[in-house]
Design a protein around this ligand. Structure first.
Ligand SMILES: Cc1cc2nc3c(=O)[nH]c(=O)nc-3n(C[C@H](O)[C@H](O)[C@H](O)COP(=O)(O)O)c2cc1C
Length: 189
């Protein structure tokens, strides 16, 4: 997939705006892993800050805490099976989820974790704050670098003209696809 680099701010946050399910990639240069995350959001445009929730029991959690970095890989329907698989298996038992779910490592620019080539957008992030919520943590991070599929990006945001289908998690094994843009006007009085 042909990707272009975009500035981390002010518009990279828009890749997360539609609320697609993401694959979080982690790694320390020797080992890496992937897990699925529905609970993610942008928090600030400049500097760009994002948030995601991770259970502390996730195998990936230790990577995030020790390396202080991770990547958010944004999913389309083309990798729906891999998203479900990465969220239903643990790196403690499946040492290479990239191979298991036929995903390709894309070299990252600023972090040790690899990116997911098949994802339509990739945000390299550095952890800025970890908010303890008991069994899970809310992880705040700055976007350091961002890439996006060239054919699906226009005027600082997603473009649905070329068949983009972002993947949204409804719960369990159910997902939805967003397939087109609608431009809304405020109703007249
Ligand atoms: C579609 C989907 C979305 C998920 N969203 C989250 C999430 O937002 N936060 C989280 O901690 N776990 C989430 N999970 C569960 C983790 O991805 C799952 O526990 C995974 O096995 C952890 O992998 P790891 O142990 O290799 O790190 C989700 C699972 C699926 C299938």
């Amino acid at each position: 997939m042909k990707k272009i680099k975009i500035d981390p701010s002010p518009n990279a946050y828009r890749l997360l705006n539609p609320g697609a399910v993401t694959l979080i990639s982690v790694g320390d240069g020797k080992a890496d892993n992937l897990f699925s995350v529905t609970w993610n959001m942008p928090l600030r445009r400049e500097p760009s800050i994002v948030a995601m929730l991770s259970c502390k029991g996730n195998f990936s959690y230790t990577f995030i805490v020790t390396t202080g970095v991770f990547a958010i890989n944004i999913s389309s329907t083309k990798i729906a099976g891999a998203v479900l698989g990465c969220g239903r298996t643990t790196g403690s038992k499946v040492p290479d989820k990239f191979a298991r779910f036929k995903l390709t490592r894309q070299v990252s620019e600023k972090i040790k974790a690899p990116l997911v080539e098949e994802a339509v957008g990739n945000l390299e992030c550095r952890v800025s704050q970890i908010i303890d919520l008991g069994a899970s943590s809310l992880i705040l991070a700055n976007i350091l670098s961002a890439t996006v599929a060239e054919e699906h990006y226009k005027d600082g945001g997603w473009c649905y003209d070329n068949g983009l289908e972002l993947l949204h998690h409804l719960g369990g094994n159910s997902f939805a696809a967003s397939t087109h843009e609608i431009v809304v006007k405020i109703p007249e009085e």
